[in-house]
Ligand binder design. Structure first.
Ligand SMILES: *Cc1c(COP(=O)(O)O)cnc(C)c1O
Length: 681
């Protein structure tokens, strides 16, 4: 958080500490207490930034990390990510049974190898690989590695053709939309291929229009990457049209440009939700397709796939022959070792769900996404994704009870939205980003970010409707979004905050309209034999429209950290009861720099969590100084930092983040900073 720009948190913490437990640890070890009660003592022996010289007990290490990871968001409520977060108990069991197997040990684990290869066959069939070609593929760590391989195969093929023709083969470029996920730009930069980004805008649905791509293509173009399921809005780019336009280009110029489809999400949605839609290997110019097994393949994080339509499209330079234990195998991945468990889990899903199960889940996800879209549109928002809009090809009437996704515009079950123009006009002080922050206080994680290059001034909120966002949870989410928005409407910088009556007709209407589509159609539910059947497929229960009841009671302020008058200043305060005023170990924070009026009118009516959070983001958005945290004259060389490094041999910061000045912009000009990417995972 931006806190660290103003202060060094480690220093503050170190200054605030006493170290009686270190003494205990050194002298008496953990015999003093039963281990369950000695977490601070155990942890004190583990430095933060260097490997402990002597380890801590296994239970202590577990507890430490168990507690620390509790700070992570709840994966179920992580609506920001496409990555799947739940599998049935049988899958979990299989994963644990195979967690210690390395997929690359082909001879040692022949069953895992066979399962892997059968997954490839199933995907080749799902993606309509022609019978007269020999599809080939591999699992990867995710779509990113798969995209690197897909791009490399295009690059090698182009280079070979250029060399054969005696032409320059040092200046390859690749064409894709500016809505591309960061993996595509990573491919280009890491492998020295010029990225040609086709601008997108609202009129192209925030995805690449194939017509706009054509002018970017020349003799150095190794291929076009077409995205099936934009991370911004879920829209599909038109693979067939791209292929047709490239045919036309070839007729005119002789350039033969292949397509790689980035189907990270879409390649596991389109075949099931839109079985007749043409986007895969049945499209002429599609050479390769990648997908993330860990997105709509419904496996936990750590699995991607790439397939080529035919062996000949995977350049031989990328294939390594492995001789081991007397047999020969082939490897064409970036990574050597990788876990076998996710692959086995993928096969579990193929077997357990079958085509029909995946289809039902895709239909369910899209139905929930439509409900969410309609509720948002019926209230304060404009929805930028399209999957709730009737398809242009087929007329869908209000009475139509079918939830066949073909009746609507195609796309991923993603809802991108922003505050409506009317709302912005009526409540100009409300910033859309606040909705993200306030949802977070309720546990929901939903990002607010800028649209891609070409339309970058538009901010959008995005919710990925994954399998775990059940209808029931989706209704809760709608209620929470509306409640939050109305709370913001009722606030202004200078007026007393008010909540809109939750039982007001607008409120109820939004949810009612949105849920009014019947759910009785033939394929509306996941089959009960499937482990994926959830009780929440139950429909028709009223939504509870509760207002936040947790108004904050003023906190009694009795600082437990100040030594009492009676305590002797020379004694080390080992016993809190003797040397401190009698009070509970509660630290109450005070927003001393906020104008009292702002504090009281804005913050008091909210829950405690929200109180803390809002204060923080108001401070940052108002650019008020953090004088609560930073002392007016900060010593240049802090004693605690020195002490820290002497006693614990710790560097005073972690090393996970590069300095901004070291970011490149891809032109090999060190020190030039780049504009950030919205994290789209
Ligand atoms: C998620 C995603 C990626 C990156 O995939 P990982 O599996 O996270 O490596 C690339 N492209 C698109 C369109 C994505 O949605």
């Amino acid at each position: 958080m931006s806190l660290s720009r103003h202060i060094n948190a480690d220093e503050v913490i170190e200054k605030s500490k006493e170290h009686p437990h270190r003494k205990h640890t050194a002298q008496e070890g953990r015999q003093t207490f039963h281990q369950s009660w000695s977490r601070d003592e155990d942890a004190a022996r583990a430095p933060k930034y260097t490997i402990p010289e002597v380890g801590i007990p296994s239970k202590a290490a577990y507890q430490l990390l168990h507690d620390e990871t509790a700070l992570d968001g709840n994966p179920l409520l992580n609506l920001a990510s496409f990555v799947h977060t739940w599998m049935p108990p049988e899958a979990n069991q299989l994963i644990m049974e195979n967690i210690n197997k390395n997929q690359v040990d082909l001879d040692e684990y022949p069953a895992a190898t066979i399962i892997h290869n059968r997954c490839i066959s199933m995907l080749a069939d799902l993606w309509k690989a022609p019978k007269d070609t020999k599809a080939i593929g591999t699992s990867t760590a995710g779509s990113s590695e798969a995209i690197m391989l897909g791009g490399l195969a295009l690059k090698k093929k182009w280079q070979e053709a250029r060399k054969a023709a005696g032409k320059d083969h040092y200046h390859p470029n690749i064409v894709f939309g500016s809505n591309a996920q960061v993996a595509l730009e990573k491919f280009a930069r890491y492998w020295d291929v010029e990225a040609r980004l086709v601008p997108v805008n609202a009129s192209t649905n925030y995805v690449m229009n194939p017509h706009d791509a054509i002018p970017f293509i020349d003799e150095n173009t190794i291929g076009v990457m077409v995205i099936l399921g934009s991370t911004y809005t879920g829209h599909f780019e038109d693979v067939q049209l791209m292929s047709d336009l490239l045919d036309d280009l070839e007729k005119r110029t002789g350039l033969d440009i292949p397509i790689h489809v980035d189907g990270a999400s879409g390649a596991f949605v389109a075949p099931f939700a839109y079985p007749n839609y043409k986007w895969a290997f049945d499209v002429k110019r599609v050479h390769s397709i990648n997908t993330s097994g860990h997105k709509f393949g419904l496996v936990y994080a750590g699995l991607g796939w790439i397939l080529w339509k035919d062996e000949s499209m995977l350049h031989k330079d990328l294939i390594f022959e492995l001789h081991y234990l007397g047999s020969v195998e082939y490897s064409f991945t970036l990574n050597f070792s990788k876990p076998a468990a996710p692959i086995i889990a993928q096969m579990y899903n193929f077997l357990n769900l079958g085509f029909d199960g995946y289809r039902r889940i895709a239909i369910k996800d899209l139905r929930n996404a439509r409900m969410l879209s309609r509720a948002l549109e019926a209230t304060y928002f404009k929805v930028l994704s399209n999957i709730h809009k009737p398809s242009k090809n087929q007329a869908v009437t209000d009475n139509d009870d079918s939830d066949d996704p073909e009746l609507y515009e195609r796309g991923l079950p993603v809802v991108s939205f922003k505050l409506s123009d009317k709302f912005i006009a009526d409540y100009p002080h409300v910033q859309q980003a606040w909705i993200q922050s306030m949802l977070r206080t309720k546990g929901w994680i939903a990002p607010n970010y800028n649209a891609p290059e070409g339309e970058a001034e538009t901010e959008m909120l995005r919710i990925v409707v994954r399998e775990t966002l059940s209808e029931d949870l989706c209704e809760r989410l709608i209620v929470d979004i509306l409640e939050i928005t109305e709370a913001l409407m009722g606030t202004s910088m200078y007026s007393r905050s008010t909540f809109v009556d939750p039982s007001s007709p607008t409120h109820a209407a939004g949810v009612a309209t949105a849920t009014s589509l019947p759910h009785s159609s033939a394929f509306s539910r996941v089959p009960s034999h499937s482990a994926y059947a959830r009780p929440d497929d139950v429909v028709g229960e009223g939504s509870a429209l509760a207002i936040p009841s947790s108004l904050v009671a003023p906190i009694a302020f009795n600082p437990p950290y100040a030594p009492s008058e009676s305590s002797s200043s020379s004694s080390v305060p080992n016993s809190p009861l003797l040397s401190f005023p009698q009070s509970l170990p509660v630290a109450a924070l005070h927003q001393q720099t906020l104008p009292a009026r702002v504090t009281h009118t804005l913050l008091l009516p909210f829950s405690f969590l929200f109180h803390m959070f809002t204060a923080f983001f108001f401070l940052t958005s108002l650019h008020l100084p953090f004088s609560f945290f930073s002392s007016p004259s900060r010593p240049s060389q802090s004693g605690s930092a020195v002490m820290l490094s002497k006693t614990l041999h710790q560097p005073d910061k972690d090393h996970g983040r590069p300095e901004k000045a070291n970011f490149g912009d891809g032109d090999n000009e060190g020190g030039v900073s780049q504009s950030g990417f919205a994290r789209q995972c």
